[in-house]
Design a protein around this ligand. Structure first.
Ligand code: PEP
Ligand code: MG
Length: 754
C-alpha cells in the first residue's frame, strides 16, 4: 500500500483542488460527491465517505466514493454507534488497520463495506463542535500514519465550511444549540444605554472565511504566523507591564497563562504543522483552536478546562493579530454588534450609521463605553451571559435595552410588537422635536437650563436639534483616546476651535483631560496601580505634569480668542488642588498676554465635585471657583465606595438614596449662599426621574447626553417644582430607605411625564 501518498505537498495540492471544487457551481451535494472522489484518489483509498450530523444526533451518509450509491441518505448512525459514531462522540480521529476487530465496529449491509479492512476517520469540526465525520477505507490492511491523519483533519476543516454554508443542510442544523436550541430565545442583560433596536448579529471576534484558509504559499504563511506570534507576545508583555488589566477584567494569571501559550513550543509546532499541511496562518490557528475546543468538551477536570479555554481566547487574539486587528470594523447595514467587552475607542471605530445596538457579555452602566454609547444614542445591553457562544453571526435580534432583554431569532409576533413600540417611540421623539423650541420652564414657571454632554465633534451636531442651551460638559479626553499619539498644542487648538465653531454662540464648558481610571490613552504607558480609580488620574496627572496641562490650557486659550472661556477641573480632592490648577491657567494667560494674543472675552473656572472630601472644604473652594459641576458618576462611586465599572455592583446603591440626596441638598444650599452656580453633569441628570429629584432639590442646571434632553424637558414642563420641593424635603428628612418609589408615586399622582 502506498502509505506515504499524503506527503505535505500532496496535501497542499489536494487542498487547492478542493478549494476550486468548492467554488464551482452546481448543487452542494454534487460538489461534496466530487470532493470525496478527489480525496479517495489522492489518498489512494478505495472508499471516502462524508457523514453529516442531522437533528437528533444522527450521522447521515451524504456522499461516498466506493460504498454503494443507494446507501447515501439511507445509512444513518447514532452518535456513539459504530466507528463513525465513535469518532463523533469522542471528537477524535481513528486510524485502524483492522477496523472490523474494533469493539465498536457496526456492519451496515446496505453499504457493502464488509470487504474493506482498514479505516481512518476524523470528525468534521466547526467552532469546536462535531458537525460530521469524514472517513476513508481500504480493502487491504493499511497502517495509516500520523501525517495522513493530520491531512484528513485539515481536509475536514475545509469541508466544515461546506457543511455549515447552509447549502447542504439547513444552516440552523449546524449552529450551536447549547442550551437554547434553535427556537426563539430570550436572554437577559443589564441596560447600559436605553433603546430598542432590531438587527442582525455581527460577532466581534475574528473568523476567517474559507478563502482565507487554504494557502498559496506556505513559506509566506509561516512568516505571517511568526510575525503575528511576535506581535502577540509583545502585546501581552505590554499588557503585563502596564498592569491595567485589572480594570479590563483580565486577571494577571490568565495573562501569564496567555504569555506561556504564546511561547509554547508545542502550540507553535502544531500551528506550523498545519501550515505545512496547506493551511494559511489563519486556517492553522482555526484548526488548532478547533482541536482544542473539541477536546475541551471531553475534559471534566476544571483546571484543564480552564487552560483549554485560555488557549481558545489566545487563538482569538492571535487571529486578531493576523487580521491586523481589523475585526469586522466594516459592518453590514443594521448590525447588532456582539462582543465580550469593548473600550470606548473601539466602539468609535465602527461606523455609527450601520450600528443598531451593542450586546456585551460584560460592561457596566457607568463605564466609559456606556457613556460613549449614550453620546452616540446607541442602545447597549451588557452582562448578557455567553452572548458570543449563544448567538450566531447573522441571527436576527431584537435588543430591548429599556427592559434589559434580548430576543434571539424572535417570532413574528414579538417582532411586530417591537416594531409597534419603536413607532411609538419615534412619535415620542417627534414630539420632543416639536417641543424643542418650547421654553424649558416648569409648570410653575421655574426656568431650567438644559445642556448637553459632548466629547466628539459629532456630538456637537446635536446641539441645535436638541434645543439645548449649550455644552455643560465637554469631555476633552475622548478626542485624546481615539488618537494614536498625544496631540500637540497646534492640533489641540485646532480641535477646540472647531468645537467653538460648531457651538456658535452657545456656551461650552471644557473639562481638562480626565484620563486614568478606566480611561486609557493607548499610547500612554501606565504604571501598575492597585486601584486605578483611586490612582494617578485626572487633575492629579495634570498637576504632576504641569507642562502637559499647560499645553492643554494654552490650546484652550488660543482657541477661545475673544470668546468666553469656561474650563472645569475633574477629580479635585482638595481646595488647594483647585488653587494650583487656577495658578496654571494664570501662567498661561500671562504667556498669551506677553505674546499679545487675543485673550478670552471672559474666563470662568469651575470645579467638578466628584470626591466627597470637597464637601468639607466648601468655603475655601467656593471662594476660588466660579461654578461647581457635580460629577454624579464619580461622586456616587466614591461616596458609596463602589466601583462604577464593576458589573457586580451595578444597581447596588441608588443615587436616589437619602445619602446622595441630602448631600446634594446641602451642596445646593452652600452654593446659593456663596452665589455660585451649580449644575449636575453626571448620568443622573439625564434620567427623567433622577432629574426630577434634582429639580426637587433646587438644582436647576442639568447637563446630559443629547438624547436625554427631549425626555427631561417633557418631564420638567409637566412638573410643578414647588409642590415637589415640599414633598421631597419631608421625605428626605424622614430618610428611611430609597426614595425612588416615593418619587415615582409623586410623578404618577401629579401627572408628571417620565
Ligand atoms: C462624572 O463622574 O459624573 C462625570 C460627569 O465625569 P465622567 O463620567 O467623565 O467621569
Ligand atoms: Mg468623573
Amino acid at each position: 500500500m502506498s502509505g506515504g501518498g499524503v506527503a505535505t505537498t500532496g496535501a497542499r495540492l489536494l487542498l487547492r483542488r478542493l478549494r476550486s471544487l468548492m467554488a464551482e457551481g452546481g448543487s452542494a451535494e454534487k460538489r461534496l460527491q466530487q470532493i470525496v472522489r478527489a480525496i479517495a484518489a489522492d489518498m489512494v483509498a478505495e472508499v471516502c465517505s462524508a457523514y453529516v450530523m442531522r437533528p437528533g444526533e444522527v450521522l447521515e451518509l451524504f456522499a461516498t466514493e466506493g460504498l454503494k450509491a443507494e446507501s447515501v441518505h439511507r445509512t444513518r448512525l447514532r452518535v456513539g454507534e459504530g466507528l463513525v459514531g465513535d469518532i463523533a462522540s469522542h471528537a477524535r480521529p481513528l486510524a485502524l488497520a483492522d477496523a472490523q476487530a474494533h469493539p465498536n465496529f457496526a456492519y451496515r449491509p446496505e453499504t457493502g463495506e464488509e470487504i474493506y479492512k482498514s479505516l481512518m476517520g476524523v470528525p468534521i469540526l466547526r467552532g469546536g463542535r462535531v458537525i460530521g465525520v469524514l472517513v476513508v477505507q481500504n480493502r487491504m490492511p493499511r497502517n495509516y500514519n500520523e501525517e495522513e491523519v493530520e491531512a484528513l483533519e485539515t481536509i475536514a476543516m475545509v469541508l466544515a465550511e461546506l457543511v455549515a454554508s447552509g447549502d447542504l443542510v439547513p444552516r440552523s442544523e449546524t449552529r450551536p444549540t447549547e442550551g437554547i436550541g434553535l427556537l426563539p430565545t430570550r436572554l437577559e442583560g443589564l441596560a447600559l444605554c436605553p433603546g430598542l433596536a432590531i438587527g442582525r448579529a455581527v460577532l466581534h471576534k475574528p473568523r476567517p472565511t474559507l478563502a482565507d484558509i487554504v494557502a498559496e504559499n506556505p513559506a509566506s504563511e509561516r512568516e505571517r504566523l511568526h510575525v503575528a506570534l511576535a506581535g502577540l507576545s509583545r502585546s501581552l508583555d505590554d499588557l503585563l507591564a502596564r498592569d491595567d488589566f485589572a480594570s479590563g477584567g483580565e486577571p494577571r494569571d490568565i495573562l501569564e497563562a496567555y504569555r506561556m501559550f504564546a511561547q509554547d513550543r508545542g502550540w507553535r509546532e502544531r500551528l506550523n504543522e498545519a501550515i505545512a499541511g496547506g493551511l494559511t496562518a489563519e486556517g492553522a490557528v482555526l484548526k488548532v483552536q478547533n482541536d482544542a475546543k473539541a477536546r475541551m468538551a471531553q475534559v471534566v477536570d476544571p483546571y484543564l478546562r480552564e487552560r483549554l479555554a485560555d488557549l481558545d481566547h489566545m487563538a482569538d487574539r492571535l487571529l486578531r493579530h493576523l487580521t491586523g486587528g481589523a475585526v469586522a470594523t466594516a459592518l453590514p447595514e443594521k448590525t447588532v454588534l456582539i462582543a465580550r467587552n469593548l473600550g470606548p475607542a473601539e466602539l468609535l471605530e465602527f461606523e455609527r450609521k450601520r450600528l443598531r445596538a451593542v450586546v456585551l457579555e460584560e460592561g457596566s452602566a457607568s463605564s466609559h463605553v456606556a457613556i460613549v454609547a449614550r453620546a452616540l444614542d446607541l442602545p447597549v445591553l451588557g452582562r448578557v451571559d455567553g452572548a458570543l457562544t449563544r448567538i450566531e453571526a447573522g441571527d436576527r435580534l431584537i435588543v430591548d435595552a429599556d427592559n434589559g432583554q434580548l430576543f434571539v431569532r424572535p417570532s413574528d409576533d414579538i417582532e411586530d410588537k417591537v416594531q409597534e413600540s419603536m413607532a411609538l417611540k419615534a412619535r415620542r421623539r417627534a414630539t420632543f422635536a416639536d417641543e424643542r423650541t418650547l421654553p424649558s420652564v416648569s409648570r410653575d414657571g421655574v426656568s431650567i437650563s438644559l445642556s448637553i454632554n459632548a466629547g466628539l465633534l459629532i456630538d456637537m451636531q446635536h446641539l441645535e436639534p436638541s434645543g439645548a442651551e449649550g455644552v455643560g460638559l465637554y469631555r476633552t479626553e475622548i478626542a485624546f483616546m481615539v488618537r494614536d499619539s498625544f496631540p500637540d498644542v497646534g492640533q489641540q487648538t485646532e480641535f477646540y476651535r472647531r468645537v467653538y465653531d460648531q457651538a456658535g454662540d452657545r456656551p461650552v464648558v471644557f473639562r481638562t483631560l480626565d484620563v486614568g481610571g478606566d480611561k486609557v490613552l493607548p499610547y500612554w504607558p501606565r504604571e501598575g496601580e492597585e486601584n486605578p480609580a483611586l490612582g494617578w488620574r485626572a487633575l492629579r496627572i495634570g498637576l504632576d505634569l504641569p507642562n502637559l496641562m499647560r499645553q492643554q490650557l494654552r490650546a484652550l486659550i488660543a482657541a477661545a480668542a475673544n470668546r468666553p472661556l469656561r474650563i472645569m477641573f475633574p477629580m479635585i480632592a482638595t481646595a488647594d488642588e483647585f488653587g494650583a490648577a487656577r495658578g496654571l491657567v494664570d501662567l498661561e494667560l500671562s504667556r498669551a498676554r506677553q505674546r499679545r494674543q487675543h485673550l478670552p472675552a471672559k474666563l470662568e473656572l469651575g470645579a467638578m465635585l466628584e470626591v466627597p472630601s470637597l464637601l468639607w472644604q466648601l468655603p475655601e473652594l467656593l471662594g476660588q471657583a466660579d461654578f461647581i459641576s457635580v460629577g454624579s458618576n464619580d461622586l456616587a462611586q466614591f461616596l458609596f465606595a463602589s466601583d462604577r465599572g464593576n458589573p457586580r455592583l451595578a444597581g447596588r446603591y441608588d443615587s436616589l438614596s437619602p445619602a446622595m440626596l441630602r448631600l446634594i441638598a446641602q451642596l445646593v444650599a452652600r452654593c446659593a449662599e456663596a452665589g455660585r452656580p451649580i449644575s449636575v453633569c453626571g448620568e443622573m441628570a439625564g434620567r427623567p426621574l433622577e432629574a426630577m429629584a434634582l429639580l426637587g432639590l433646587g438644582l436647576y442646571r442639568l447637563s446630559m447626553a443629547p438624547s436625554a434632553i427631549g425626555p427631561v424637558k417633557t418631564m420638567l414642563r409637566s412638573l410643578n417644582i414647588g409642590q415637589l420641593q415640599s414633598y421631597l424635603s419631608q421625605r428626605i428628612a424622614q430618610g428611611h430607605g430609597g426614595l425612588r418609589r416615593d418619587l415615582l408615586a409623586f410623578a404618577k399622582d401629579h401627572d408628571v411625564v417620565l
